[in-house]
Write a protein that binds this ligand. Structure first.
Ligand code: CTP
Length: 405
């Protein structure tokens, strides 16, 4: 049976050059077996006429809120009730702003206000519009209300700029829709994950950091999301696009990372520490740039909080997963670390030169948990992430079952 057979999807289309991609998305959804109806805003119709979508879907396109004929056939309330999922692709900055304040001044916004179906948004806009605090506040508000935000991707944009704001490709959106309906091994499970490095400032222009690229953490966030988890990614400064459907919180220092994690712990079922958190930070941050006066300079450092250990030591801790980077005795040191931090599962990797680890696209991992383990050989980080995510899901359910028996 097709992946999306019998699923009723209302495809909302708002204004933006990415509208041409939603015509392809419509085809992909239909080919996957979904029943699709299309509602277009006035702005969307200035890019592509409803006729294109009508020809592809074989159904009339919904455009008017106050058209008696349209309302008599299938009005906004019927459409709102009919849909199992409302997917708005592309969603413009303007439409998100209207959604966030609950406006209902056209057909699509009225449907969104009247529905109890999940609403997924695939943003597409110029990078500055996406990064504008007004848009970001709307995204936060909509996420907090339970709307799903899929994308945007980073890359070259129609306006010639490069950065976040491209709509996810139709195939990626189809994957998201399929994952949404499939439920997945981690459906309904909240995961908080740290990734990347942290930066510990020395003065206004210098900092202490490390080589972590964030690739493993981001790949794992995407893999956990594909298993249906609600994923919050607390990211240090890295140059990576946010995985589709993942909520990202950017931080710089270990202390900021700890604060962001603690704010997300309510309702968290699984915590994964992938970040290479700086163990120490300068005791004092110079207010002005430090001048090179001495031949030898001493920096006094103090310990940063151990975010993973603190989460694991909480009263009712989530299932905790940690990483260990070792240059020798990988298994023994990692097991020691697992016990010392009292975490449920540890993923250890060797960081000796030419053996994977930081800044590379491939890696190998040794997984250890109470009473078991698994060796994952050298492979692409994306594949490794999928294997690790599956193991995390399996161990998480094993622990939950044990607690309930
Ligand atoms: N971690 C953390 N907060 C810190 C340090 C580490 O949350 N301040 C987490 C990392 O995200 C990772 C694990 O703890 O999951 C790594 O533990 P750590 O003891 O720092 O490992 P190594 O860096 O390998 O430690 P060491 O230098 O002691 O070998």
């Amino acid at each position: 049976m097709s992946a999306l057979a019998n699923q009723k999807i209302l495809l909302g289309v708002t204004g933006g050059i990415a509208v041409y991609k939603s015509a392809m998305l419509l085809r992909a959804l239909l080919e996957a077996g979904a029943e699709v109806r299309v509602a277009m805003t006035a702005a969307a119709q200035t890019f592509v006429t409803p006729l294109t979508f009508q020809a592809l879907s074989g159904r009339p396109i919904h455009t008017e809120l106050l058209d008696p004929a349209a309302e008599a056939a299938m009005g906004h309330i019927e459409l709102a009730r009919w849909a199992d999922l409302i997917l708005i692709a592309p969603v413009s900055a303007d439409f998100m702003a209207r959604l966030s304040v609950g406006m209902a001044n056209d057909l699509l916004s009225a449907i969104c206000l009247a529905t109890t179906a999940p609403i997924a948004l695939a943003p597409a806009m110029n990078r500055q519009m996406w990064l504008n605090p007004a848009t970001q506040e709307n995204v936060q508000r909509l996420t907090a209300r339970g709307l799903l935000i899929w994308g945007p991707a980073e890359g070259v944009q129609a306006c010639g700029e490069s950065g976040p704001g491209r709509m996810l490709e139709p195939e990626a959106l189809l994957d998201q829709v399929s994952a949404h309906f499939a439920g997945g091994a981690l459906a309904g499970v909240k995961v908080v994950l740290t990734a990347g490095s942290t930066r510990e400032p020395i003065d206004p222009v210098r900092f202490i950091s490390n080589r972590s690229s964030g690739k493993m953490g981001f790949a794992l966030a995407a893999a956990l999301r594909r298993l249906g988890a609600e994923v919050v990614l607390v990211a240090g400064p890295v140059a990576l696009a946010t995985p589709a459907g993942v909520q990202r919180i950017d931080v710089e220092t270990a202390q900021e990372m700890q604060l962001a994690v603690s704010e997300q712990l309510a309702g968290c079922d699984i915590f994964v520490g992938v970040a290479a958190v700086a163990d120490y930070r300068p005791r004092e941050i110079a207010q002005q740039k430090i001048k090179k006066q001495q031949t030898v300079m001493t920096l006094e450092l103090e310990r940063n909080p151990d975010i993973l250990a603190d989460v694991a030591a909480a009263e009712d801790p989530p299932f905790t997963v940690g990483f260990a980077a070792e240059t020798q005795n990988v298994k023994a040191y990692a097991e020691e670390k697992r016990r010392a931090k009292r975490i449920d599962l540890i993923a250890a990797n060797r960081v000796a030169a030419a053996e994977g680890g930081f800044e590379r696209d491939e890696n190998a991992l040794t997984l250890l948990w109470e009473g078991g383990g698994e060796s994952l050989p050298m492979m692409l980080k994306s594949e490794l992430a999928a294997r690790l995510a599956a193991r995390i899901a399996e161990r998480y359910h094993a622990r939950t079952q044990q607690e309930n028996s």
